[in-house]
Design a protein around this ligand. Structure first.
Ligand code: PAF
Length: 281
């Protein structure tokens, strides 16, 4: 695996690969890698001649300075894991390589950001759009791979990729869970032993909610999940929404025409976790 710190060198290398007819897949990450990221890299490698990954903790997507400071960083371990998952090229830039000038662009997500993460983390998706478009400009991939755990992020990335006419296919990859059901996340490693147990309330509530679907309305299930989380000391629910997978707006009936997703965000101690479940599968 070749490691690049300079954007121009990576761009030049990928240009040569593309000109020789090779396909290039890309997995952007913020590091602190886990099996979920590695599954993206493996899928990327299966579907392309070359797999490129990036590790960059993007400051513009953090609306909370403490969250940015606390975000886990373990670059050496990450490098080893990427290499063993089959990554060919790794981009590990300094901030000035990604943002030579401060990025003042403002994106319009057509309302996809009006609920959930967009509402609770103002500016977060604008920062994600800034970094993803900058990385696409540098890497020029044929395909890019994102996990469904960040369901709203994925919908927003698909929209900006289409709106800005990037010739990049966005590939959605399934949520990877621990054996007890907790969705894998870089933030899980920040949980204490006690919090790690409490965190299970998120995935367990989603699995129960899905089982209730045939007998209950979305409104009843919202109340059930919200009451369930409120009953646990140390866990603070930020939202549980049952939304259309297309508009990302809350639904009031199940219908049968569109994909329906249950999305949850909660703080366990100081650590903010998200998860979701597809009610339509
Ligand atoms: O999902 C993430 O890890 C980040 O939001 C991403 C897409 C790598 C952009 O920094």
């Amino acid at each position: 695996m070749d490691v690049f710190h300079k954007a121009a060198l990576l761009t030049a290398r990928i240009k040569v690969l593309r000109e020789s007819g090779k396909t290039v897949g890309f997995v952007p990450t913020m590091g602190a890698l886990h099996e979920g990221h590695l599954s993206l890299v493996r899928t990327c490698k299966q579907q392309n001649d070359f797999a490129v990954a990036s590790i960059f903790v993007n400051p513009t997507q953090f609306n909370d300075a403490n969250d940015l400071r606390r975000y886990p960083r373990m670059p050496e371990k990450d490098r080893e894991m990427l290499e063993s998952a089959g990554c060919d090229l790794l981009f590990m830039p300094e901030e000035k390589e990604v943002y030579p000038e401060p990025d003042t662009r403002r994106f319009d997500f057509g309302g996809l950001d009006s609920h959930m993460e967009g509402k609770h983390r103002p500016g977060h998706f604008n920062g994600v759009a800034q970094v993803v478009t900058r990385l696409f400009d540098i890497v020029c991939p044929h395909k890019a791979y994102f996990g469904l755990k960040d369901f709203q992020q994925l919908a927003i990335i698909k929209k900006i990729t289409a709106d800005l006419h990037y010739p990049v296919e966005i590939v959605s990859c399934p949520i990877v869970r621990e054996s007890d059901g907790l969705a894998m996340s870089s933030r899980n490693r920040l949980l204490s032993e006690e919090e790690r147990k409490q965190a299970l309330i998120l995935s367990e509530s989603l699995f129960l909610a899905k089982k209730m679907k045939d007998r209950h309305t979305p409104q009843e299930i919202r109340k059930f999940v919200s009451d369930r989380l409120k009953a646990v000391a140390g866990v603070e629910l930020e939202y549980f929404e049952i939304i259309s997978g297309t508009s990302l707006l809350p639904v009031h009936t199940w219908g049968d025409k569109e994909e329906i997703i249950g999305c949850i965000a909660a703080r366990v101690g100081k650590i903010r976790l998200i998860d979701n479940i597809n009610f339509s599968l």
